[in-house]
Design a protein around this ligand. Structure first.
Ligand code: ZN
Length: 369
């Protein structure tokens, strides 16, 4: 059966950004939209492009404090007498930028609109690729994330009485989302990521499993640097499907960061687009209503291709192998999928095999699998 897929996108998503030196470039979103358009995704009868809306104050405060939302608005309007660093803002990861409240509030509205469409039965899968800002805290910006769309939308889904499984495949630990539901047994959070001892935000260890009634409902799979497609997928298959089956969620929320790619400049895992595509398939085959969010990914030559492959999985459509002519002319590149991969030291690979086996065994023991 063909699934109906909502794709949340409009030019408003890439009008503003964190500045020319910042790795989270709005062009990532623009180029993904353009590539999807040029491969013909938006002509498919089961793909529906929906323009994101702004999140309201009430919606943002499902997770963020009212004080913080007001601070973001004031900073965004250029107010100067605010101790911005107290709220995580400043030069570097989280600069204040013009119209920040609107730009980042739209990414939350995007996730909420996607969730509404799913709940109403208008679609089976919704891809809010502008979001996945999983580091945001209730009263603090962190790791490029002003508002945490994932945490807000999961709170909204809980209000509708749903049990939510959250699976985060970004290379960084989904710390903000985990913390938001650390004491809840209504949300199962699973994050696979590069080991926090070697990467921001420095958290997400196997023994961090939740607290109180949420004990056992936070799952972390920290992976050593240079883990490749095969090892990552093996770890995923040993942990994610059995935990999801046991939890019996009403809906899957996923964060589809693609900074696991071997060419990503901010991290050290070694996946290719082939591995990422197989991961999207694994998530798809869980057979749940699926709210997919975007996430990290900082090689602009990779991100649009990876997320186009994700849309192919969602819409059950195979795109041409060759990149569309117009896209190639503007941005270079030849092929949709990677034609080469990482060169890895075989000794490190066998060492990593042992390490990943140990991590997976520890996770399975901790969670009684
Ligand atoms: Zn990331």
């Amino acid at each position: 059966m063909t699934r109906q897929v909502a794709f949340l996108s409009s030019a408003e998503l890439w009008r503003r950004g964190h500045g020319p030196q910042h790795p989270l470039k709005p062009e990532r979103l623009q180029r993904t939209h353009e590539l999807l358009e040029e491969v013909g995704a938006f002509q498919l009868s089961n793909v529906h492009v929906i323009a994101p809306r702004l999140a309201t104050f009430e919606e943002l405060t499902l997770f963020h404090t009212a004080e913080y939302v007001n601070i973001v608005r004031a900073l965004s309007n250029g107010q100067q007498d605010i101790p911005a660093s107290r709220y995580g803002f400043g030069p570097g990861d989280n600069p204040v930028f013009q119209s920040m409240a609107e730009s980042e509030g739209r990414k939350v509205g995007s996730a909420l609109l996607a969730a509404e469409r799913l709940i109403n039965g208008d679609c089976d899968i919704a891809f809010s690729y502008g979001g996945g800002l999983h580091h945001g805290a209730p009263q603090r910006a962190s790791g490029f994330c002003v508002f945490n769309d994932a945490a807000v939308v999961i709170h909204w889904l809980l209000k509708q009485g749903l049990r939510v499984a959250y699976v985060d495949i970004d290379v960084h630990h989904g710390d903000g989302v985990q913390a938001a539901f650390y004491d809840s047994d209504k949300v199962l959070t699973i994050s696979l990521h590069q080991d926090g001892r070697t990467l921001f935000p420095g958290s997400g260890f196997v023994e961090d499993t939740g607290t109180g009634p949420g004990s056992g409902y936070s799952v972390n799979v920290p992976l050593p640097p240079y883990v490749d497609d095969a090892l990552y997928l093996w770890a995923f298959s040993r942990v994610v499907p059995p935990l999801i089956a046991r939890f019996e969620p009403d809906i899957l929320v996923s964060q589809l960061g693609v900074d696991t790619h071997y060419r990503d400049p901010l991290a050290n895992l070694a996946l290719t687009t082939a591995g990422q595509e197989r991961l999207f398939r694994e998530l798809d085959s869980l057979g749940l209503r699926w709210l997919a969010l975007g996430g990290g990914g900082y090689d602009i030559g990779v991100v649009p291709r990876s997320w186009t492959l994700a849309m192919g999985v969602m819409a059950s459509c195979t795109w041409p192998e060759e990149l569309p002519a117009g896209y190639r002319r503007r941005y270079g590149g030849d092929w949709l999928r990677d034609t080469e991969g990482p060169v890895l030291d075989p000794r490190l690979q066998s060492l990593n095999r042992v390490r990943v086996e140990q991590v997976v065994e520890a996770v399975r023991r901790e969670h009684h699998l």
